[in-house]
Design a protein around this ligand. Structure first.
Ligand code: GTR
Length: 356
C-alpha cells in the first residue's frame, strides 16, 4: 500500500542526478550539493558562516529545578561575513551530572524556560542538556526585513531576498557552534529540534549542517516534512498566502504547480542521511497531513539504504495511532491529538536517539 501511494505521488527521483546520471554511494556528496542547490529555490540560501563568534554569560541560576541543573543565559555575538555584528540570547539547562551530556538544541516560539514545548525538568531527568532560543530574537516572524539578522541580508533587496526560515536555521547552527565549545557536551550526540514552522527550520538546519547527529521535526507539515505533491490540508498556495516571507520568492512559481517542482520534501529529509532523523505527526493535524509526512519519510529512505543503513522500517500499511517506528535511522510516530509538541513527543524522540 505504501509503495502504491508513493507511485501515485509521481515524485522526482531522489537517486538520479538532474542530468539523469545514477546516484551511487561514491557520488552521494555531489548529489547532496545538487539537492542543496535545488531546495535553495524554496528556502533561499543561508547567510554565510560568521567570521568569528563570541559568547558572554548574561545570567546564571545555579540551583535550577531544585538544584538538579544550572540555567544560564548566554549572548551569542557573530561577526558577520558581510560586515556588522549580530547578537541573540540562548538559554541552557545543564544537568549536574558526571560525564558528557547528550544535547538538544530547540528552536522555540518563546524564550521561556521551561515552556509548554520545553519540559526542562523532564529532559534534565532523562540526562539531556537543552539549549533553546526564541526564533523572533533572530528576526521577527513577519514581512519586516529590517530587524535582527534580516537587516543584514534582506534589507536592501526587500522581497527578492525573502526567506526567514533560512535565517532561523542559521541561528540554530550558531547555537551549535556555542554548544561545541562547552566541555560537558557529548559532541557525537547533538540533536536539533523544532515544532511546526520551526520543525521546517530544524529540518533545514539539520539537513545542511552535518555536525548535528540527529534532527527532530514535529508536526512540520507543508514545506516541512510533508510531500507537496497531492498533499491534503495546507498546500503551497496556502502557505504562501499566509507566510510568503518564510520562503524565497522563487518558490512562488510552484503555487498550485507542485508537479513542476524539481524536487519534493523527501529531498530535504534525505540531506540528513545517514544520520538520525525523526518525523512526528499528530492524528488530528490534518493541516500538516500526517500521511504526506509519513510517505516523505518512506521516500527519503533509499538515500539511507544507499549509504548502508536502514531508513524508515515499516510494513506495507499506514501507521496506527501511537505506534512507534524506531528501528531504522528514520523514526516516526503518529501521536493522538492535535497540533502540539507534547511530553509524549519528547519521550518518544529521546527513546529513538538512545537506541544504538
Ligand atoms: C500554520 C502554518 C503551518 C505551520 C503552523 C505553525 O499556520 O500554516 O505551516 O507551520 O502555522 O508554525 O504553527
Amino acid at each position: 500500500m505504501i509503495k502504491e501511494l508513493l507511485i501515485e505521488r509521481s515524485l522526482p527521483e531522489l537517486l538520479s542526478f538532474c542530468d539523469g546520471r545514477k546516484v551511487t554511494k561514491e557520488n552521494w556528496d555531489e548529489r547532496r550539493t545538487e539537492i542543496i542547490d535545488l531546495i535553495s529555490g524554496e528556502y533561499g540560501s543561508l547567510p554565510e558562516k560568521p567570521l568569528s563568534i563570541s559568547f558572554r554569560t548574561a545570567s546564571e541560576e545555579k540551583q535550577f529545578c531544585a538544584g538538579k541543573a544550572r540555567l544560564t543565559k548566554t549572548m551569542l555575538t557573530s561577526t558577520l561575513a558581510g560586515g556588522g555584528e549580530f547578537t541573540f540570547p540562548v538559554y541552557s539547562v545543564i544537568p549536574k551530572k558526571q560525564g558528557k551530556l547528550k544535547t538538544f538544541i530547540l528552536i522555540n516560539f518563546r524564550d521561556s524556560v521551561p515552556d509548554r514545548y520545553l519540559p526542562s525538568e523532564e529532559l534534565c531527568d532523562l540526562g539531556y542538556a537543552v539549549h533553546s532560543f526564541c526564533y523572533t530574537d533572530v528576526s521577527s516572524d513577519d514581512a519586516d526585513y529590517n530587524n535582527g539578522l534580516a537587516k543584514f541580508y534582506c534589507g536592501e533587496e526587500g522581497n527578492s531576498k525573502r526567506g526567514k526560515i533560512a535565517l532561523w536555521a542559521w541561528a540554530a547552527m550558531r547555537v551549535l557552534d556555542f554548544v561545541l565549545t562547552l566541555p560537558e557536551t557529548d559532541k557525537e550526540n547533538i540533536a536539533v529540534a523544532g515544532h511546526s514552522r520551526l520543525g521546517k527550520t530544524a529540518l533545514l538546519a539539520g539537513g545542511l549542517d552535518t555536525r548535528f547527529s540527529a534532527v527532530y521535526s514535529n508536526n512540520s507539515g507543508c514545506s516541512g516534512a510533508a510531500l507537496s505533491r497531492e498533499k491534503n490540508g495546507e498546500r503551497i498556495e496556502d502557505i504562501l498566502t499566509g507566510f510568503p516571507y518564510w520562503f524565497k520568492q522563487s518558490y512562488d512559481a510552484f503555487s498550485e504547480k507542485e508537479h513542476t517542482l524539481p524536487f519534493d520534501q523527501h529531498f530535504l529529509l534525505a540531506l540528513t542521511a545517514p544520520r538520525k532523523l525523526y518525523i512526528a505527526s499528530a492524528a488530528l493535524d490534518g493541516w500538516a497531513d500526517p500521511v504526506s509526512e509519513f510517505l516523505a519519510a518512506a521516500a527519503a529512505s533509499p538515500a539511507y539504504e544507499l549509504l548502508g543503513v536502514k531508513g524508515l522500517i515499516t510494513n506495507a500499511v499506514l501507521p496506527k495511532e501511537n505506534e512507534l517506528f524506531h528501528k531504522g535511522n528514520i523514526g516516526y510516530h503518529l501521536r493522538s491529538g492535535t497540533h502540539y509538541l507534547s511530553r509524549y513527543d519528547w519521550n518518544a524522540f529521546a527513546k529513538f536517539i538512545e537506541k544504538a
